[in-house]
Design a protein around this ligand. Structure first.
Ligand code: BT5
Length: 226
């Protein structure tokens, strides 16, 4: 398969119902955010997407992504006994300075939202992408079932998603470097707003809290100059 997200977007366009799931062992065109590539050699990862029609207004669509990230994190706990945090916006990490275990990509077409999860399971350590981490040898089928079960519980219970996201988000309270398309700055991540933006107190403008909608964020150790 090219991309489980792309496949379900095409299904959504031809009118498929909510709840359709696509799973691949390998993708020839795995997608990340901002037109980036998601890498996964055969057999190493859980690569899955779900077609949702969540009925959320445009400003709340981030909740569908958050639900997928939370379902992925709960599945890691159920199946592998590890409890990842969420690095804003939707990466699963084992700790604030640790590697990326999983990423979530949401793509919208009309009323449909396709949420995809790429979770690194059992990779040869030497071939992991820079900054990545993996779970180790656990049953991908069991992970898939656990993700779907948790997603079904969270979907529609958006106040629970908001609360759980805030509980799991390890970015809040961190000194971060924010990389926008137009500029890069550092600051203290103080909260996630109701519309899913990361609020950052900029170091270079002490009286200014900036709401960040789309960016890459790096967790910095406060004792390191940057
Ligand atoms: C994401 O993008 O983290 C979203 C990834 C979503 C992938 C799933 S797989 C199933 C479904 N079908 C798809 O086609 N996609 C979804 P982003 O935050 O943009 O991160 C992408 C960046 O992470 C890349 O530019 C690399 O630097 C890095 N990367 C690539 N592959 C990785 C991996 N396996 N593990 C960790 N980092 C990776």
């Amino acid at each position: 398969m090219g991309s489980t997200n792309r496949y379900l977007l095409e299904e959504a366009r031809s009118g498929s119902d909510e709840g359709l799931v696509a799973v691949a062992d390998v993708q020839s065109a795995g997608r990340g955010r901002l037109s980036r590539t998601w890498e996964s050699p055969p057999g190493t990862s859980l690569l899955m997407s779900v077609l949702l029609r969540p009925g959320l207004p445009p400003g709340r669509l981030h909740l569908a992504m958050a639900a997928m990230a939370l379902a992925g994190a709960q599945a890691c706990l159920d199946v592998a006994g590890v409890s990842p945090g969420i690095k804003w916006p939707n990466d699963l990490v084992l700790g604030p300075g640790e590697g990326k275990l999983a990423g979530v990509l949401a793509e919208v077409d009309g009323s449909a939202v396709v949420v995809g999860l790429g979770l690194n399971v059992d990779w040869p350590i030497t071939s992991l992408p820079p900054g990545a981490a993996c779970l180790g040898p656990v049953d991908r089928e069991a992970l898939l079932e656990a993700v779907l079960a948790h997603l079904a519980l969270l979907h529609g219970d958006w106040s629970l998603v908001v609360a759980e996201y805030r509980r799991r988000c390890v970015t809040v309270g961190q000194v971060v470097r924010v990389e926008l398309a137009t500029e890069t700055f550092t600051g203290m991540a103080s909260a996630v707003s109701d519309d899913g933006h990361l609020l950052v107190a900029r170091h270079d403008r002490p009286d200014r809290v900036q709401a960040v909608a789309v960016a890459d964020v790096v967790h910095l150790r406060p004792d390191l100059p940057n």
